[in-house]
Design a protein around this ligand. Sequence first.
Ligand code: BDP
Length: 336
Amino acid sequence: MIVRREILKSGAGALVTAGFAGMAGRAGAQGKMVLKATDVHPLGYPTVEAVVRMGKKLEAATGGRLSIQMYPSMQLGGEKEMIEQAQVGALQLARVSVGPVGPIVDELNVFNMPFVFRDIPHMNKVIDGPIGDELLAKLTNSPQSRLVGLCWMDAGARSVYNSKKPVRTVDDLKGLKIRMMGNPIFVDTMNALGGNGIAMGFDQLYNALQTGVVDGAENNPPSYESGKHFQVARYYSLTEHLIIPEILLFSKASWEKLSKDDQALIAKLAKEAQQEERKLWQEREAQSLELIKKAGVEVIVIPPAEKKRFQEAVKPVWDKYGAKYAELVKRIQAVN
Ligand code: BDP
C-alpha cells in the first residue's frame, strides 16, 4: 500500500522505474525491464504456468531485455487489489477472472451472465473469435479502465460446493450461505437459485469456509482443489451455472511506456498463452476431479432435467440485466 501511494505521488516519470521494477538494480542502465505479474493461484496452476511460459518466451525473444516476474498465490492481495495495482502501474500483468472486471466495463458483464454459454467449447469459440477481440478492445479503449486487455483464458465451468449437505436439486440450495465473487450479478444469481449469495474476495474464502461464515461457494474443479476448499466443504454439485473466462490484464500506464514493437511482441505472446493455457487447463481439470474424488468428496452429477430447473430459476437475473446485452447475447448464441 505504501509503495502504491508513493508511486501515485511521484508522477508518471517515476512509474517506469518504480512500477516496472521492484527491480531498480536490474533495470536502468541496460534498459532491462522486469514486468511484475500476479495471480491468485499457486505456481503450476494453468493460468500461472501460462504466464510464466510467456515470460520465458519474452526473455528469449528480447535477449533478456524484457522478462516477467510472477508473484503467485495472492502475494499481492486479492483480485480487487491486483486490478487497482495494475491501474496505477504498481504491477504490469494481472491475471483475473472476468467477474471483477464487469463492474469496470459493463459490456464485459455479458460473460458473467448465468448459463450464457451452452458449454465450455462454445465459450472458447467465442473468446477466440471476433466477440472476444471486440470485448478486449472495449476494455482497452475505455477511458476509465486504465487497463489493456491482452487475452482470455479458459476457467471451465463453476459449480456449487458446500459443507452442509449434498445439493442435488435447486431446492436444496435454500438457506445455504454461498460465497460469490464481488459483482452484483453473481449475488443476484445465487439468490435467484434460492441460496443466500455473499460477495467476498477469494483471499478471504478458505477461512470463511472453515469458520462457517459461509456454508459454501462455487468454482471450477481446479480452484476448488488447489485452494483446498474441498477439505472444508465436501459436497460438490456439478451445477455449471457460470462459465466465466479469465482475462490477462496489462497496466495501461506501463503499456504506454513500451515501444510499439514491444507492445506487439507482448500482444502476440499473450495470444499464444491463451491457447497454451487451454491445454494445461484440460489436463488440470481432469486431475483435480480425480484428486477430489480420491479425497472422498461427494461429487454430485446434476441430470439434464434438473439442470434445466437451475436455468429456469435464474430468469430474474436475465430480466434485470439481460436487455443491456441483448445484441451481444444474440451474436454469442449464433456462434457454433
Ligand atoms: C477462480 C478464478 C480466479 C477468481 C476465483 C474466485 O481463476 O481468478 O479469483 O475463481 O472465485 O476460478 O474469486
